[in-house]
Design a protein around this ligand. Structure first.
Ligand SMILES: [Fe+2]
Length: 144
């Protein structure tokens, strides 16, 4: 179970980093297609924001402690921080790549949960994977 908890903590931290970036891009995007990017990034960050609590509660349910300090989140997460403001199209490119990194974390946790016969957690992570497949499709289509 300890391995699953550690994996879920990395998943939580990476998810949290993704949320912060997507929300920041939603707010700060500029350019001729502002409205479209603003809306798409809005959908993405709102979903990520809604699920922060869900992932943390899943960690508590398997008796882990959900990370609650920014230092710990930066330590555990896999998404590179963005300090400059990229062009809108580069924001979309980055969110797509980061979504794939995040999906790998969901998958890693999913595989471990499956081994532990944690069916509820598998279902929950499966929903996150599905949602990210959809956002990846939207981002890819924007980039074509
Ligand atoms: Fe907004």
């Amino acid at each position: 179970m300890e391995e699953l908890i550690e994996s879920m903590k990395r998943t939580f931290a990476t998810h949290f980093q993704y949320y912060v970036k997507a929300h920041g891009y939603h707010t700060n995007v500029v350019g001729i297609n502002f409205t479209e990017f603003h809306k798409l990034f809005g959908k993405i960050y709102e979903h990520a924001q809604d699920e922060i609590d869900g992932i943390a509660e899943q960690i508590r349910a398997i008796e882990g402690i959900a990370p609650f300090s920014m230092e710990r989140i930066m330590e555990l997460g896999s998404i590179k921080d963005s300090k400059e403001r990229p062009k809108a199209i580069d924001m979309a490119r980055e969110l797509l790549a980061d979504s794939q990194i995040l999906e790998n974390h969901y998958m890693e946790s999913y595989d471990m949960a499956e081994e532990m016969n944690a069916a509820g957690l598998c279902n929950y992570l499966g929903g996150l994977i599905d949602a990210h497949k959809k956002y990846q499709w939207m981002l890819r289509s924007t980039l074509e």
